[in-house]
Design a protein around this ligand. Structure first.
Ligand code: NAI
Length: 333
């Protein structure tokens, strides 16, 4: 089957190429994301393979369907960017990578927590200018602090384990489906309001859906413990960014770590260093010393890339054989 793989970078081409043993599938790598202007590149491809910021709404699905595409293969776990209802109406199959190294994202969340707390970004910039003073760099011990984990699925579980068993934090959690392993580890499930009020650090690991869009909004941030740190490595729109900026400005929120941003489409994964960015919200965040932003790189470890590539190639093969794995297939419910 010919597959047009959109939004590819060198690391995607290397991992997918290695996983496509014997050149089983004809992979047509393109660097651009999938949108109306690039959709013609998929003409004649049985499948399109996309990433998190390719928004496949009904009209774009119809466009690729008209070109002969019947499979949308996501190289991601989240699938909030595809209109599943429209895909179903068109008879298109949508497959994802249901699980890959959860350690990749979990460890990145921990990296953001540690960097924000110990002000590594500020210290690095200072030392680079031969300024070895320490004023303004005071952090706190993670040991004994309370951390709230929102969403204790594959990634949240690893975060809870690292923080609870590794750092000696008290871990609170909020999830409509509590995880037995977390409970056995001593994680205490509480209402969201209680988690926000009691946690020194809140970290988001739930999917983006109708229930979680702006889950952390102004009202939620009003409840947060004064000076708390908030980290989002899930999906940008789980957090109301403007409300977070307001909470940072008032001092209610002490620090913010983002690997995802609700306006990231069209910005992240690109080198815009020679341009003036028009997004004033992002610029405001970038100018804040108590904010660290990474460009959606939580997944970017060798192990996660290998897992994503192997599952994606298997998804192509399973689709061709008509032998689909229930966990991989996403459909409108
Ligand atoms: P998962 O499906 O294993 O776990 C998600 C958990 O969130 C489930 O336990 C679910 O019950 C819970 N949840 C659902 N609604 C909730 C709510 N309203 N409040 C609290 N919890 C809720 O997913 P996994 O693999 O742990 O990934 C989580 C999310 O992380 C993905 O959906 C994706 O958006 C994001 N992600 C980010 C990456 C990055 O590079 N930054 C890479 C991979 C995933």
């Amino acid at each position: 089957m010919k597959i047009t793989v959109f939004g590819t970078h060198e690391y995607d081409r290397a991992s997918l190429g290695a996983a496509n043993v014997g050149g089983l599938h004809m992979l047509n790598f393109v660097t651009q994301g999938l949108n109306f202007s690039t959709a013609p590149l998929a003409r004649g491809s049985g499948a399109v393979c996309i990433f998190v910021n390719d928004r496949l709404d009904a009209a774009l699905l119809e466009a690729v369907h008209a070109g002969g595409t019947r499979l949308v293969a996501l190289r991601s776990t989240g699938y909030d960017n595809v209109d599943l209802n429209a895909a179903q109406k068109l008879g298109m199959t949508v497959l994802r990578v249901p699980a890959y190294s959860p350690h990749a994202v979990a460890e990145h969340a921990i990296a953001l927590i540690l960097a924000l707390n110990r002000k590594i970004h500020l210290a690095h910039a200072r030392v680079q200018r031969q300024n070895f003073t320490l004023e303004g760099l005071v952090g706190f011990d993670l040991f004994g602090k309370t951390v709230g984990v929102i969403g204790t699925g594959r990634i949240g579980l690893v975060v809870a384990k690292i923080l609870g068993q590794g750092f000696g934090c008290t871990v609170l959690a909020s999830d409509p489906v509590p995880c037995a392993t977390c409970v056995a580890m001593g994680v205490r499930y509480v209402e969201l309001a209680q988690l926000l009020a009691a946690s020194d650090i809140v970290t988001l690991h739930c999917p983006l859906n109708a229930n979680t869009r702006h889950l952390i909004n102004g009202a939620a941030l009003d409840l947060i413990k004064p000076g708390a740190m908030l980290v989002n490595t899930s999906r940008g729109a789980v957090l109301d960014t403007q409300a977070a900026i307001d909470a940072l400005s008032s001092g209610k929120l002490g620090a913010l770590g983002l690997d995802v941003y609700e306006g990231e489409a069209g910005l992240f994964f690109q080198d815009l260093s020679k341009q003036v960015i028009a997004d004033e919200t992002l610029k405001r965040l970038l100018a804040s010393p108590n904010v660290i932003i990474t460009g959606h790189q939580g997944f970017l470890t060798q192990e996660a890339l290998r897992d994503i590539a192997q599952t994606t190639i298997k998804n192509f093969t399973d689709f061709e054989r008509g032998d689909l794995c229930a966990e991989t297939r996403v459909s409108h419910s």
